[in-house]
Design a protein around this ligand. Structure first.
Ligand code: PLP
Length: 449
């Protein structure tokens, strides 16, 4: 049977396929771009274009595309044992070996992992675990979870509720009760009337105030991404995390560091929490865990919570058919082994991250750019009408989306979050490829201007 032509595929896509986070009508006559293959840091579309994927898919293809070792790991596991579950008293080698490897790479106080199929499911798990923890501690009234405006923790009902994306809260019925959000440490957009460090402390103060409003005896946990990803690669001021840590310790509130994007080397350490010197009680992970080759997530659980759940909790009525799926686990395990063997985290920390920081900063000279920031291999460009004041263009112009579309046309995937352009390339990107990325971004900005 001959495969459908590109035009036919586009038609079938329009007729039958509901895309995530997409205005279906806006697909229009032109339809979707059809991606057919990929290698290294490049994707290829059905029209023969080669595009530098500076988003690593969706912040996940950390080892880059086309790694035969990952294909082999999946194939071998599919032949050996394609599926079995981990419920009750069964398990299988890939889940156990992956759990051990993850705990070895994680901070020393994290020695258990609960597997899920995605980052969203990991955050659903988090919500149930923290509330269960406090109930077991004899404090069932400690129920509130504090997140951040514009934070992203997934698309399930609990993930969406923990996140602080207002447009998501407005659709599809009420959020999970007992979740509230404080301001985000986005200096460029919200803190320019003070120094970044002062602003970082003000944001941490907002956490303190919210805890006092709710009553510390009613607050279970604070959840945040070490660097906010989907909200716009928001790198907090240096003062932020130390001040947050102090507030949480003062009131005995659990910290959940959502490592779905920052985990597995993105910030130049195995986990973003390590970069910031924070010691979370729980760390949801996904994406880079398998470099996106197969879907898998999990929650790394610190000893404090794990010991209580195990020693005092009995059965935890929670789990997914695909928790620790053997084929996904085998690929994730191979992915972590390759990362260790190839020194990928060190490459980000010592080579690619510092080089990107230098080249990316040059884009601040561009007339459209108010700020160019990066940390490790996550970065953002703030498009502004006035570079000095940071004043934005009129929203109706949708300059960020325009720039994103120009990028795509000219061979670069860069994501727009409003007028913030975001990158999160594969961690294996070379310095020459960073040059190419920066040149493509500059050319797209020139065309947008
Ligand atoms: N948490 C963070 C920080 C994320 O960025 C995402 C996805 O982008 C999620 C959770 C949700 O992960 P998934 O899409 O695998 O459910």
């Amino acid at each position: 049977m001959t495969p459908p032509s590109t035009a036919r595929l586009k038609q079938l896509d329009r007729d039958h396929h509901l895309h995530p986070f997409t205005d279906f009508k806006a697909l229009g006559e032109e339809g979707s771009r059809i991606i057919t293959s990929a290698d290294g840091i490049y994707i290829h579309d059905a029209d023969g274009n080669r595009i530098l994927d500076a988003m690593a898919g969706l912040w996940c293809v950390n080892l880059g595309y086309g790694r035969q070792e990952l294909v082999d790991a999946a194939t071998e596991q599919l032949q050996q044992l394609p599926y079995y579950n981990n419920f009750f008293k069964t398990t299988h080698p890939p889940a156990v070996e992956l759990a051990e490897t993850l705990c070895r790479l994680a901070p020393a106080h994290m020695n258990r992992v609960f597997f899920t199929g995605s980052g969203s499911e990991a955050n659903d798990t988090v919500l149930r675990m923290v509330r269960r923890y406090w109930a077991l501690k004899g404090k069932p009234e400690k129920q509130w979870v504090i997140g951040r405006e514009n934070g992203y923790h997934g698309s399930t009902v609990a993930g969406m509720s923990l996140g602080g994306m207002a447009p998501m809260h407005e659709q599809g019925g009420p959020c999970v009760p007992g979740i509230t959000h404080i301001r985000q440490p986005w200096w460029f957009s919200e803190g320019r009337d003070m120094s970044p460090d002062e602003f970082g402390r003000v944001c941490a103060q907002a956490l303190d105030e919210r805890i006092q409003e709710l009553g510390a005896d009613k607050v279970a946990a604070f959840i945040a991404e070490p660097v906010q990803g989907a909200g716009g690669a928001i790198i907090p001021p240096d003062s932020y995390w130390p001040a947050i840590k102090e507030v949480l310790a003062k009131y005995d509130i659990l910290l959940v560091a959502d490592e779905v994007i920052c985990g597995f080397g993105r910030l130049g350490e195995w986990f973003g929490s390590v970069h910031y010197g924070i010691e979370p009680d729980l760390m949801p992970v996904a994406k880079g865990l398998s470099s996106g080759y197969l879907p898998i997530g999990g929650v790394l659980v610190g000893d404090r919570v794990a010991n209580t759940l195990i020693d005092e909790g009995g059965e935890f009525y929670h789990g997914f058919t695909y928790s620790g799926h053997p084929t996904c686990a085998a690929v994730a395990l191979k992915n972590l082994q390759l990362m260790e063997q190839e020194g990928v985290v060190e490459h980000v920390r010592d080579v690619a991250g510092p080089y990107l920081a230098k080249r990316w900063k040059e884009l601040e000279q561009h007339p459209l750019i108010g700020e160019a920031r990066s940390l490790g291999l996550i970065g953002a460009l703030e498009i502004a009408a006035d570079k000095t004041t940071g004043q934005r263009f009129d929203k109706s112009l949708a300059v960020g989306n325009l720039c994103r579309d120009i990028c795509f046309e000219t061979g670069l995937v860069m994501r727009s979050v409003g007028d913030t352009m975001v990158i999160s390339p594969p961690l294996v990107i070379s310095v020459e490829q960073i040059d190419e990325l920066v040149d493509l971004a500059r050319a797209a900005l020139d065309e947008t201007a």
